[in-house]
Design a protein around this ligand. Structure first.
Ligand SMILES: [Zn+2]
Length: 143
């Protein structure tokens, strides 16, 4: 019941009515120990599998984007047209596995960035987010 209240609070703070569907979204996003990286499509699949009910993309988009604005989720900048979101809102970097399309967190302190270029005039660096793309190492098979 305890965590339930915090989900309701999150929704209320975000100006969203705590409907059953939105509470289910919260459970999937925030009731976990590990970071959760997801696209809206993936979230939809998980939701529908769990509840056996259809859920509209609109509801998902809306809830996720409002959470992102409120800082409960972070959007990850990735090449390509799929938007990924992250329940880890701390500054950190990622491995992106091109074979499985999974993101894996890298702690901020595990990468150091030197030699930064001057920013364009009138601009300052807001954030540096590094994505290291990885693929299966098939060297062993190439004998
Ligand atoms: Zn992450």
């Amino acid at each position: 019941m305890h965590q339930f209240k915090s989900h309701i609070d999150k929704l209320r703070f975000s100006g969203l009515r705590p409907t059953k569907q939105r509470l289910n979204i919260c459970k999937i996003l925030f009731n976990r120990k590990e970071t959760f990286h997801f696209t809206i499509e993936k979230l939809k699949k998980i939701m529908e599998k769990n509840s056996n009910k259809k859920i509209s993309m609109g509801t998902l988009y809306n809830t996720v984007h409002v959470f992102e604005k409120k800082g409960y989720l972070k959007e990850i900048a990735l090449k390509g047209n799929k938007k990924y979101f992250d329940t880890n809102t701390e500054k950190h970097h990622h491995f992106y596995d091109e074979d499985t399309r999974q993101l894996i967190d890298i702690k901020k302190e595990n990468i150091s960035v030197n030699n930064l270029p001057n920013t364009p005039e009138g601009k300052k660096i807001k954030d540096i987010e590094i994505t290291i793309r990885v693929e299966n190492n098939n060297q062993k098979q190439k004998k």
